[in-house]
Design a binder for this molecule. Structure first.
Ligand code: GLU
Length: 460
């Protein structure tokens, strides 16, 4: 007769073997897609306790299905530059999972965009969107187009060409894109105009992140950054800490960073640094957000220009150096894998108490291990930055009802959503035997809702 302990080990081993088998198949089917592999590994590893406790999820091919996109669309995007020369970029849209709602997720315009990046983002989006409690499935898209240094006319011609192809695959009940890196109010405006023209009707819910004057939601601009800070504040509160009086480093200087800086400052923190892809600024007195907003949102300039107006601040070339600055709270809000093992060790040695991921997958798997081993409070991206897409879902709701909520109404809903995500993640982590591990908690909580929908909708 096997002892209880032996039986338990066997269950764990069965679950681990299953997860490893499916992971190997993912690697084999998607060779050379390291970012996608990383995102899948993080999720899969944290789901072992679920399969151990509920073997039924292993019998339905849930993992095999959830890690294969329902659809991956790749298309040519030809456009003419200001010199009259024909340029060609590649467009993508991954429609990853639609069991709990229409595909939902942003579009990224950045030279690094390829199938691996789009698939990692789309895969993450499934679980993030589920965590929001809103009825939205997972999708993502973009292009290797680089908006940096392009004129407004070039950006318009490119986005119109991009939308001409994308329009064949989206719809307010099918797939609803939004912004991400390189896609802000300007790009959404051009894409909305082109879609409207092609469609011959006003389908407000086709895109989110629209201008407030033509169907956008108040608070959407602020939502990802504010939501990041709301989540981290919950995490801190549980340990008797808060933003008030703390020193904070926020990487990036785009939409997520700017509003994370704004909310952290409102809560009494001093944000001493931010960055762009060239380098970072350190202002020991606290960053002047109005200058950053003007440089980045209006003038589209480099962050190095900040020191011309604030000579007391320092500019340093190279963005990774930002993690050398001692801080209580680190909010990586720039891009994937910006905190590696070495940077995580420096942060720990400098006494960081909490890390909240405003960007998508900004910490490597090794960096996350360092934070966990050193008892740093760690909020994973798909929970922490879910406020953006959550308010996108609220934008879709307002579009369907043909009405608009006030800033205060949407902000209150956002706060409630972020608190719920935090609570659900904490509870799932405890229930599945990993108390305080929000990576495991968020992944499990996000997964279960989608898996349950997949179970009852048949093998599709
Ligand atoms: N790109 C954002 C994200 O990573 C927002 C997506 C959306 O609003 O659909 O979640």
């Amino acid at each position: 007769m096997p002892t209880i302990v032996e039986t338990k080990q066997t269950d764990t081993q069965i679950a681990k073997d299953y997860v490893n088998r499916v992971y190997e198949a993912v690697i084999k089917r998607n060779p050379n897609e390291s970012e996608f592999h990383q995102a899948v590994k993080e999720i899969f590893d944290s789901l072992v306790p679920v399969f151990e406790k509920h073997p039924k999820y292993m019998e339905n091919g849930i993992l095999e299905r959830i890690s294969e996109p329902e659809r991956m669309i790749t298309f040519r995007v030809p456009w003419v530059d200001d010199q009259g020369k024909v340029q060609v970029n590649r467009g993508f849209r991954v429609q990853f999972n639609s069991n709990i709602g229409p595909y939902k997720g942003g579009l990224r315009f950045h030279p690094s965009v390829n199938a691996s990046i789009i698939k990692f983002l789309g895969f993450e989006q499934i679980f993030k969107n589920s965590l929001t409690g809103q009825p939205i499935g997972g999708g993502k898209g973009g292009s290797d187009f680089d908006p940096k240094g392009k004129s407004d006319g070039e950006v318009m011609r490119f986005t119109q060409s991009f939308m001409t192809e994308l329009a064949k695959h989206i719809g307010p009940d099918v797939d609803v894109p939004a912004g991400d890196i390189g896609v802000g109010a300007r790009e959404i405006g051009y894409m909305f105009g082109q879609y409207k023209r092609l469609r011959g009707g006003y389908e407000a819910g086709i895109l989110t992140g629209k201008g407030v004057g033509y169907g956008g939601s108040l608070t959407r601009t602020e939502a990802t950054g504010y939501g990041t800070v709301y989540f981290v504040e919950e995490m801190l509160k549980d340990k008797g800490l808060s933003f008030d009086g703390s020193t904070v480093v926020v990487s990036g200087s785009g939409n997520v960073s700017i509003y994370a800086i704004e909310k952290a400052t409102q809560l009494g923190a001093k944000v001493v640094a931010c960055s762009d892809s060239n380098g970072y600024i350190y202002d020991k007195n606290g960053i002047n957000l109005e200058t950053v907003k003007r440089l980045k949102e209006v003038e589209r300039k480099r962050i190095s220009e900040y020191v011309a107006e604030h000579p007391e601040a320092e500019y340093h070339e190279g963005c990774a150096g930002i993690w050398l600055i001692p801080c209580d709270i680190a909010l990586p809000c720039a891009t994937q894998n910006e905190i590696d093992e070495a940077s995580a060790k420096v942060l720990v040695n400098n006494g960081v108490k909490a890390v909240g991921e405003g960007a998508n997958m900004p910490s490597t798997l090794e960096a996350i291990d360092i934070f966990h081993e050193n008892n740093v409070l760690f909020g994973p991206a798909k929970a922490v930055n879910a406020g953006g897409v959550a308010v996108s879902a609220l934008e879709m709701a307002q579009n369907s009802m043909r009405l608009s909520w006030t800033f205060e109404e949407v902000d209150a809903k956002l706060q409630e959503i972020m608190t719920n995500i935090y609570r659900n993640s904490v509870n799932a982590a405890a229930e599945y035997g990993h108390p305080d591990n929000l990576v495991v908690g968020a992944n499990i909580a996000g997964f279960l809702k989608v898996a349950d929908a997949m179970m009852v909708q048949g093998v599709i």
